[in-house]
Design a protein around this ligand. Structure first.
Ligand code: ATP
Ligand code: MG
Length: 396
């Protein structure tokens, strides 16, 4: 019996022993989660063998396409190939190959060419790989009109993988993000603004296996509802990569107002960032997190010089990690477009910082000056109050 299957390859060959097992079981779980929005009993459709995962039982071609798309966003997956599985028996293999080629041909402009590439992992199979190539190739030529063989540069590359009892016939591949399954690197808090950078930083953290809680500081009504909605939309976009992503919105108005009223203008932004770090540290501790992620990029603005970064992260209890620190803007933009956050990020909105940034911020803040500048605030009390009033957002 012929069955539709998605063959999933994963990487990180450097993983060994216990790490590898943890990687695999997490990836299996995440694959099941990802397709659970499309199919029932998702977990039961995922199986592992020979260093790959297989998703089976997809009744229609449309469902297969949808699953393929969803899975291409799951960190840890390197590539996915659509195909069919049959019993390891030559006639069944031929039938399946014809079917697979017909499907592939539909998506191509004529004239289409093909090549059969057999791997005989089951050495007990009566025909050798080149013989299977020939037999299957001849059957395709006989049954699918308008096709010729091209072994060097075929438009359809058909892989036939013969295993004991079961043969997989698949065509082409779709790239996944690679990286590590979300959850294998622990939790982290992402400082998410409405800009271009921080969503990309969040994506990179997730791609490296971090389960992310996005934290947005919202200064309503200094910044409007639209600013918050934008962050909600960004999180929805990022959920493709990690369906468990959560959004926490922290009320920041009081802190911002107090800084405006009481602190020297030049140090406003640094103090504001230090307040964000204090709150983020509390959230990180609450959620069992291990690090804080930001979209900082070295030298981009006054608050992102090395002097500023040092003065800011001083108050964090956790490592402050900045995946984009050394990116050029074009690289970040390209990645933002690729992951689907760019179009949301460039929508106009009012950043809590844009209404707040002084004309001449310090680019080389001194740590002692920053510390002195905030002595007029009760920083611990303000941070605690902010953290206590955080709202967890339902992303639907
Ligand atoms: P982005 O595009 O991510 O906004 P940016 O280059 O505009 O980055 P800044 O606005 O200076 O940089 O912010 C630096 C980092 O501080 C952001 O990448 C983000 O991680 C964090 N951040 C800034 N504003 C907020 C906010 N309102 N809530 C949460 N985090 C924020
Ligand atoms: Mg910004």
């Amino acid at each position: 019996m012929m069955e539709r299957v998605l063959l999933i390859r994963y990487g990180e060959i450097s993983l060994k022993g216990r790490n590898r097992r943890q990687f695999e079981s997490k990836l299996e779980e995440n694959i099941g989660n990802a397709i659970s929005v499309l199919v029932e009993d998702a977990g039961k459709r995922v199986s592992k063998s020979h260093g790959r995962f297989y998703v089976t039982g997809l009744q229609s071609e449309r469902l297969e396409k949808e699953c393929l798309e969803v899975l291409s966003c799951v960190p840890g997956i390197v590539a996915i190939s659509p195909g069919v599985a049959v019993e390891s028996e030559l006639d069944a293999i031929k039938q399946a190959a014809i079917y697979a080629v017909e499907l592939a041909k539909r998506d191509l402009n004529p004239p289409a060419t093909f090549k059969v590439d057999t791997r005989r992992a089951d050495k007990g199979f009566p025909l050798k790989s080149p013989e299977v190539n020939q037999e299957v190739g001849a059957a395709i030529l006989r049954n699918v009109p308008g096709l010729t063989v091209d072994v060097h540069n075929p438009s359809i590359h058909l892989n036939v993988e013969i295993r004991p009892g079961r043969t997989y016939i698949y065509r082409g591949q779709v790239q996944g993000p690679g990286g590590l399954p979300v959850g294998t690197s622990g939790r982290g808090v992402l400082l998410l603004s409405g800009g271009i950078d921080s969503p990309v930083a969040g994506y990179l953290a997730m791609k490296r296996g971090v389960a992310v809680d996005a934290l947005h500081f919202w200064s309503y009504p200094i910044t409007g509802v639209r600013a918050r909605d934008k962050v909600v939309d960004l999180c929805k976009a990022l959920r493709k990569y990690s369906p468990d992503l959560r959004l926490l919105v922290a009320p920041f108005t009081r802190i911002q107002t107090e800084i405006m009223d009481k602190c020297p203008e030049k140090y406003r932004v640094i103090i504001m960032r230090r307040m964000m770090m204090r709150v983020a540290s509390m959230i990180c501790r609450d959620q069992g997190g291990l690090a804080i992620f930001t979209g900082d990029n070295l030298g981009q603005v006054a608050s992102q010089t090395l002097e500023s970064l040092r003065a800011i992260e001083r108050v964090s209890e956790y490592p402050v990690l900045r995946p984009l620190l050394c990116f050029d803007k074009v690289e970040t933009v390209r990645l933002a477009q690729q992951i689907g956050t760019y179009d949301i990020s460039i929508l106009p909105y009012e950043d809590c910082c844009s209404v707040f940034v002084p004309k001449h911020p310090v680019t080389k803040p001194r740590l002692d000056a920053a510390e002195k500048a905030e002595t007029l605030l009760d920083v611990d009390e303000l941070a605690r109050e902010c953290a206590m009033n955080i709202e967890v957002f339902d992303l639907g």
